[in-house]
Design a protein around this ligand. Structure first.
Ligand code: MG
Length: 376
């Protein structure tokens, strides 16, 4: 980071709380860059390409997947970090890793798996992302997981119950102490929200499940749509949508940067240690927070609970439940390495196996287990 002076309260790789297993520093990269690179090279990262964001992977080639979503989050997070003089490499690493623990089939898959795991500690995708980078990736000779710095793991763990926090050691401590994570972690959380609200509008319109007419009742959309129509009265549909969505993203990003800069000026943090003691400083202004909430409510009602999405979610939940039951009742159906693991913790081994699946792999596994077909 030599092209830009970092703020004194930015995270600094030289003063990182470090890794669980000591390693020689890289000769060419700072610790956060190295973490980002390890995430990109992980198996879980490649799997994101075939995991659902809202639309199941086979529904269309142009819809967002978890992979393109994560890349969009990283883009927004880096832009916000640079504006606020925070550490871009750290935000990028957190953004690229934040969804690594997602099950196949998006939230429908996670809810079904959580239900299956109710008596065995539950399942939560955010905790699972941490589990992927701390334990499940098997790439290095000397440790399980990716051995990422504390700051990246802290950023991945966005929320956590006190009960779970007590089992997580240093990375769970802030939920017990009620302190804040780095500003880089805080802003990446917002970048996630800005990315999915806006790309879900785009995907929702492309799929035809929602319409411009419906969206015109949402302030944030209507205001930007009117601006585009005023400037370009004859613009065709696709460009009209894109020009509107890019203005919405800009409205949210600029507001977030301005409000956060005000909050920083008010509290005058001198270091990242101060940031941890202060309430979270990354926020929208109250006006934009309100408009953003309305947009989320609109998407929940009209897109995420559209009957066509519900049908896919119901199918997805059934696949996850049936896979879980089949493996749980007969661990002999699991691949060898998971069978060995199932001897120590059957439910968690089954959950880890299912959570790692892509949409299409889960569909194929389900077919292999439940369909008698000479070609399978
Ligand atoms: Mg996300």
């Amino acid at each position: 980071m030599n092209y830009l002076q970092l703020a004194p309260y930015a995270a600094n790789p030289e003063q990182s709380f470090g890794r669980v297993h000591d390693e020689q520093p890289s000769l060419t990269r700072n610790a956060f860059q190295r973490d980002r690179d390890r995430i990109i090279h992980s198996t879980a990262f490649r799997r994101l390409e075939y995991k659902t964001q809202v639309f199941v992977n086979h529904e269309g080639d142009l819809f967002r997947t978890r992979l393109t979503h994560s890349i969009e989050v990283a883009q927004l997070a880096r832009a916000i970090a640079r504006t606020l003089k925070l550490h871009e490499d750290l935000t990028e690493a957190i953004a690229l890793a934040h969804d690594l623990g997602h099950t196949p089939f998006g939230h429908a898959g996670q809810d079904a798996l959580n239900e299956c795991m109710r008596e065995y500690g539950g399942f939560e995708h955010n905790l699972q992302s941490l589990r992927v980078v701390e334990q499940l990736e098997l790439r290095y000779a000397e440790f399980d997981g990716l051995n990422l710095t504390f700051e990246v793991r802290e950023g991945i763990l966005k929320h956590c119950s006190i009960k779970n926090a007590k089992q997580l050691g240093e990375v769970g401590q802030r939920f017990i102490d009620k302190t804040s994570p780095s500003l880089e972690a805080q802003l990446t959380n917002y970048a996630d929200e800005i990315a999915y609200n806006n790309h879900d509008i785009d995907d929702g319109l492309r799929s035809g499940l929602i319409t411009i007419d419906q969206l015109s009742k949402v302030d944030l959309f209507a205001r930007n749509l009117a601006e585009v129509k005023e400037l370009y009265p004859k613009l065709e549909h696709r460009r009209l949508v894109n020009e509107t969505v890019r203005r919405m993203i800009n409205t949210l990003v600029v507001d977030l940067c301005n409000q956060t800069a005000k909050n920083i000026a008010l509290h005058e943090p001198a270091s990242i240690a101060d940031i941890r003691k202060l309430p979270q400083l990354v926020h929208f202004s109250s006006d934009i927070a309100e408009q953003n909430l309305k947009l989320k409510q609109f998407l929940r009602k009209n897109l995420y609970h559209h009957y066509q999405v519900n049908r896919m979610s119901a199918k997805a939940a059934r696949i996850v439940r049936e896979l879980f039951t089949a493996f749980f009742e007969n661990t002999g159906l699991l691949p060898n390495e998971f069978q060995a693991y199932a001897e120590t913790d059957k439910a968690r081994a089954v959950a880890d196996y299912i959570a790692g699946m892509t949409d299409r792999f889960a569909i194929r596994e389900h077919r292999k287990l439940f369909t008698v077909d000479e070609y399978l």
